[in-house]
Design a protein around this ligand. Sequence first.
Ligand code: SAM
Ligand code: SF4
Length: 330
Amino acid sequence: MSRLIDSYNRPIDYLRISVTDRCNLRCVYCMPAEGIPLSESENILRYEELLRIADIAVRHGITKIRLTGGEPLVRKGIVEFIEKLAKLKGLEDLSLTTNGVLLKEFAFQLKKAGLNRINVSIDSLKPDRFYKITRGDFLNKVMEGLEESEKVGLSPVKINCVVIKGFNEDEILDFALLTKKKPYHIRFIEYMPFEVEEGWQKEKCISTSELVGIINKFQELIPLGNQEKRTGPARRYKFKDGLGEIGFISPISDHFCGSCNRLRLTSDGKLRTCLFSDEEIDIKGALRSGCSDKELEDILFNAVRKKPEKHFINDNIFKKCSRTMSFIGG
Ligand code: SAM
Ligand code: SF4
């Protein structure tokens, strides 16, 4: 079977599926307090439609699928959907990104359904600050969700932490130190520009080297993997006595476009080949007009061919993405 390879010779083997645009939190950098206008439910791809696209994608070289949103755990039937996805022959890695609010009650069922691992988003370990950023008083629940995920073997448990200068950079060490007590993988993520957040400024981003410097002052970080030739977006490290690891994802200051292997599917049925490009390729229309598998394949291949060489955040022509992360699927 032919493989999905883009015009710059990058093999595309990673599909991110946003299963919903709904969410039970309102993080300030992702959604306004009143929420965003949501898609009508008939405009959201049904599970059988998602499964059909995933099946075709896996037959053409996708080996990793991540489910995201919005908040994927608020969509009814998510466990049964995962159970079906996990059975796709050729799929090697099935993961999910969640805000963790419902994780404690779902962790066991997710593992049993065939989910391999989980990313949980936490930007502060202080309840009042957690509330300020998410507009939800759920830090304890999220921490319980982490424990439960570890217990049931959703491994590794990764923590996504968006670092914003002047907001939470004083907690970097607290997050890093968690990896001494727990086998968690902390991923510090650079704050990215989306239209919802008027306050985004480049100055609020903290570069990987600054973050590494802050942690190194406390204890030396040992580099993992090949720092020059990365295989994933994160620069990875650990403490000598760490159980987990610490990674840095810097799409702005240290972009990884050269090795980008991703394709995204939005909950309303659009393919996106770059997080920061507003170009979308509709797949829902074809699906709902009774197209053949061959036609769906062609849409996937055409989309991949259009994948841009890199994003333009650091260039003058860049403008903020007009859709929020909750829509695109972060
Ligand atoms: N609701 C789930 C969650 O919060 O993990 C999944 C969807 S959320 C859009 C996925 C990830 O995008 C989260 O880790 C979130 O912190 C991140 N995110 C959202 N807006 C962002 C921004 N402006 N800059 C950096 N990361 C962002
Ligand atoms: Fe919801 Fe995740 Fe966006 Fe926060 S980052 S509002 S949890 S979708």
